[in-house]
Each structure stands twice: as C-alpha cells, then as structure tokens.
Write a new protein. Sequence first.
Length: 131
Amino acid sequence: MARQQTTPEARSVRLLKVGEQVRHVISDLLTRSVVHDEVLTGHTVSVTEVRMSPDLRHATVFVKALLGQDEDIVLKALRTHTAFFQKEVAGKLKLKFAAKVKFLADESFDVAGRIDALLSDPRVARDLAED
C-alpha cells in the first residue's frame, strides 16, 4: 500500500492539534488536583502552550504559575511528576508513541511586560507622537 503524501501545512496543523490535546489533558490534571503534591495543589498553574516535535515524540510544555509566584518551586514539582504526566497523556491520547514531556517556564508574559513598559516610556511616546 502506498504511503500517503502530506504537505508541510498538514503536518503543522497536526502538530498544533496534538499540542492542544496534550495541553488540555495536562491542564485538566492540574485543575482536578489529580497529582498528589502539596506544591501543585497549593498553586494555580496555567499551561499556556505545548509544542510538539515533528515526530510527536517530544512535548515541550510551557507553564506559568499564577502571578509568577514560586515559579521555580512549581517547575521542580512538575518535573518531579513528569512520568505521571507522560503516562496520563499517553492513556488519554491514542498516539503511536507516548510523548516525552518537558516542562519550561513561559517567559512570553515577561517579554510582553517589558515591551509595554518601553512603549509607555515618555521618550518613546514623544517620538511616536511626532509621526
């Protein structure tokens, strides 16, 4: 049987869909406090994005603790329970391979805050007003 040819666009859509499914599974686990860890139970953690590798074997999960408090402690707790998250994701999503999960802090909010601070600087506002 001939293998079906896929375009790069179709592959990227698949990566986005699977990433969203993984994000939903991990978010649901954290919301329902299924993980028996006092750090994760005591903090509200948002899963902002999941990026899948092209072969769907690796998932990079970007997380942000509420108000950015105790981010290092939350990341350490998540990394401690990586095997549990991998098992749950593999059980909920029927993929050929169980994705290896890696947790990273989401820095995009910090970058957005710095850009906002730069744009509200009086010198920048003055330069923008002249245009």
